[in-house]
Design a protein around this ligand. Structure first.
Ligand code: FYN
Ligand code: ADP
Length: 577
């Protein structure tokens, strides 16, 4: 027996060492992160293997942009930062679009990229995939860190997690030079260097006077409107948000990714009277929504007579206030805390808006709804967006838990107004930036994070940006049903090359393309749907079977308009007289 005061002889384990690979994995797992979306390659191939061996899910993509989009939307769905792992330089650059899109949309994600050694990069000595990745990432994300020593990995990961989810969520870059992974250190010291982040997204309680100011404004409003944004969806304060709307009796307008916070069929929804309520409201309460281009910057003819409006804005970011127009009543804090405080301040009863206002909205809403209903009954051949979406609308209504991914131009805009959503955080779309290419990355993450059926409604152009991930969807046997609205081109297939040269017009694709054949190459189910009945049957079977499915829905190549509802943003040469 040794001297009782001496530490017991170290067991084999305790004398073991750890290394950078394992410290990165242990730091992520310690913080409840179980999934990595990425693409193996130098210098992170072994990190992907070791992460999988350590019990993490490592979802391997065909292009890093799609892995990054998957990580970003995983963050939106879970409130935990999604992790995208890439190789250095080109792989890092491929991930940047997703990192920037995450930051723009306030989705929490961490882009982790292997990189070249500092000493070589700084001397510009021409290393393999040499690039100063940290400097390039910084302007595109919320925070960026580099770790050079194994003992700092715990701090680096902790800072990245806290930066991604605290305050306004966003994208964070974590730069790991190749040499870091092989650095060994004492296992106990390594374990002790890791940080389990405490309260990474602390509640931010609004000032009581700001809550009172907002409620006083609402009480005095003759034509109040609540505008729900994706920040409200992200906050996961669903019951209180629903209570706020219903207790106030105020009409509400959901932005696209806030659809489903209350069912789109809710009697207070003003979605089908959008232009009227934006123009006529006298007090507008923004809840996790920005007055950016999607809301005409809070000014102009969209908002009716100049000066007639007063805005209340609930947001976690104080510097968002007054970004476009004066905000009369800012309420700064996390939406959960702000809405709870508003509800408390409303007391037992709160004055309802004048019947004249809600009545006028109802009239306009019903008029638009009946016009839409009439359009949806038409059954043209080939299908148009309305007749195809009439099927999708029914499928989503019958499967309210299914996730809906949506991108495109007409495919996006018509789906947004035709397909009602019934539950929060089900509609995942192009968001603030109107970006193309989020489709398959979002679909993979929606399936991985929820294990629910995923319906991806894709424009044929939009699908082209991430279509190779159909192999990823098949490889992991994900319950994803991709419906491609195939109208032969960007916006449609009608353009012609005026020169008579054999080159197709820039917006036109191969006519009659059979995208359904693509998924068959990987063992998935391909369906060619030329009418609503075929589309309905294929979607119902995909939901039932949970098999990876791609439906090539033939749409009239003349259907829709250039850029959908934002044609005005696409400058066109003045029509020749
Ligand atoms: C809405 N509407 C409806 C319904 N829902 N009518 C009947 N039934 C239903 N269910 C009406 C609504 O009241 C409007 O009519 C009209 O339909 C359009 O409503 P929408 O689509 O909600 O609103 P709008 O005006 O298009 O909103 C502007 C916008 C939106 C910029 C917020 O277009 C948008 O989010 N666009 C995203 C574009 C994008 O990112 N594209 C991707 C890349 S583009 P009125 O009230 O009568 O006006 C690549 O080329
Ligand atoms: P939408 O496009 O749906 O209008 P935006 O992305 O423009 O939504 O706005 C989202 C807003 O929500 C951002 O200003 C962001 O700061 C804010 N936000 C995000 N999460 C929260 C939260 N948990 N609490 C409060 N505000 C939030």
């Amino acid at each position: 027996m040794g001297n009782m005061n001496e530490a017991p002889a170290a067991t084999e384990n305790e004398s073991a060492t750890t290394d950078g690979f394992h410290l990165v994995i242990d730091a992520l797992k310690l913080n409840g992160i179980t999934t990595i979306y990425g693409l193996p390659g130098i210098p992170i191939t072994d990190l992907t293997r070791k992460a999988q061996a350590a019990g993490m899910r490592v979802i391997s993509f065909r292009h890093e942009q799609n892995a990054g989009n998957a990580a970003a939307i995983a963050g939106f769905i879970t409130q935990k930062p999604g992790i995208c792992l890439t190789v250095s330089a080109p792989g890092f650059l491929n991930g940047l679009t997703a990192l920037a899109n995450a930051t723009t949309n306030c989705f929490p994600m961490i882009l982790i990229s292997g990189s070249s050694e500092r000493e070589i990069v700084d001397l510009q000595q021409g290393d393999y995939e040499e690039m100063d990745q940290l400097a390039i990432a910084k302007p595109l994300c919320k925070a960026a860190f580099r770790v050079l020593h194994a003992q700092d990995i715990g701090v680096g990961v902790a800072r990245a997690i806290r930066s991604a989810v605290s305050g306004r969520p966003g994208g964070v870059y974590l730069d790991l030079p190749a040499k870091l992974f092989g650095q060994a250190m004492d296992a106990i010291a390594g374990k002790n260097s890791l940080i389990k982040v405490v309260d990474p997204a602390p509640r931010q309680i609004p000032a009581p006077d700001s809550v009172k100011r907002a409620l006083d404004l609402l009480k005095g409003a003759k034509r109040p409107l609540i505008l729900l944004g994706k920040g409200a969806a992200y906050a996961q304060a669903d019951a209180d948000i629903k209570a706020l709307v219903e207790k106030s009796g105020i009409p509400y307008l959901p932005m696209s990714m806030a659809k489903g916070l209350l069912p789109d069929t809710h009697p207070q929804s003003a979605a089908a009277a959008r232009s009227y309520v934006l123009a006529e409201a006298d007090v507008v309460m923004l809840v996790g929504a920005r007055l950016n281009w999607l809301l005409s910057h809070g000014k102009g003819k969209t908002w009716g007579a100049a000066g007639g409006k007063q805005f209340i804005q609930i947001d976690i970011s104080p510097t968002e206030i007054d970004s476009n127009v004066a905000i009369a009543a800012p309420v700064i804090g996390d939406i959960g805390s702000c809405v709870a405080a508003l509800l408390e301040g409303m007391g037992a009863s709160f004055p309802k808006p004048p019947a004249e206002w809600t009545g006028a909205i109802g009239e306009r809403r019903d008029k638009n709804l009946s016009k839409m209903a009439e359009t949806l009954t038409k059954d043209p051949s080939p299908m148009n967006f309305h007749s195809a979406l009439n099927v999708v609308r029914d499928i989503v209504k019958a499967n309210p838990d299914a996730m809906l991914v949506n991108e495109g131009a007409n495919a996006l805009d018509f789906t947004r107004s035709i397909v009602d959503m019934y539950k929060p955080r089900k509609r995942l779309d192009v968001g603030t930036w109107g970006i193309m290419g989020i489709g398959m990355g979002f679909a993979v993450a929606a399936a991985i994070e929820t294990n629910l059926p995923v319906i991806a409604i894709e424009g044929d152009s939009a699908f082209g940006f991430s279509g190779m991930e159909v192999e990823t969807i098949c490889r992991y046997n994900l319950p994803v049903c991709v419906v491609i609205f195939n109208n032969n081109g960007v916006y449609g297939g009608k353009d012609v090359n005026p020169t008579g040269h054999a080159d197709a017009a820039p917006t036109v694709f191969v006519k009659g393309a059979r995208y359904d054949k693509l998924i068959e190459a990987f063992g998935g189910v391909g369906v060619h749907a030329t009418n609503p009945a075929e589309l309905r049957k294929a979607m119902e079977e995909a939901i039932r079977s949970r098999k990876p499915t791609l439906i090539n829905a033939v749409i009239d190549e003349g259907a829709g308009t250039e850029s959908g509802r934002i044609t005005s943003l696409n400058p066109q040469a003045a029509k020749k007289k």
